[in-house]
Design a protein around this ligand. Structure first.
Ligand SMILES: [Cu+2]
Length: 155
């Protein structure tokens, strides 16, 4: 009788362990159905006029694409996202962030545009921005202000 109880509880414990393992492995292998965004390499070159550009890379580790739809910042009420075509920049509605891909905002290409700066940040300061997406929750980013000519691509 004692032996039967032991066997039963062992079986229950084993089933519970299997259930736990099954659960965690299925959720990690499916990757979820939401974008998983990470921001890296963010900076703002020190502005020389009352406008500034912002640059960063957004990496999406999820199996679902997302879109960068807008950017807000306490430093300007007029923040837009721009692409550069034929050396001219123009405002766009959104930027695609592909599933398992990246969106790069870099000098000479796509960028965040800050107009009518309320104050001109200096090198060494930081500018807060908030990125807004079609699907993901907003992400707050601190942009370090670099030299006016800073360009990480040249390194
Ligand atoms: Cu621009």
């Amino acid at each position: 009788m004692n032996r039967r109880t032991t066997t039963l509880s062992a079986a229950v414990a084993l089933a519970a362990a299997l259930a736990l393992t099954g659960c965690s492995s299925s959720s990690s292998s499916s990757g979820g159905d939401a974008p998983e965004l990470k921001v890296s390499g963010a900076f703002m070159p020190q502005p020389v006029m009352d406008m500034a550009g912002g640059f960063l890379t957004i990496t999406n580790d999820g199996d679902t694409a997302d879109k960068l739809t807008s950017v807000t910042s306490p430093i300007s009420d007029d923040v837009t996202i721009h692409e550069t075509k034929n050396q001219k920049m123009q405002e766009v509605e959104s930027f695609d962030i592909p599933a398992n891909g990246t969106l790069s905002l870099e000098r000479g290409g796509n960028h965040i545009m800050f107009m009518e700066l309320k104050k001109k940040p200096k090198q060494g300061e930081k500018v807060s921005i908030e990125l807004h997406f079609e699907k993901s929750d907003p992400i707050k980013v601190e942009l370090p202000v670099e030299a006016a000519t800073h360009n990480p691509q040249q390194h």
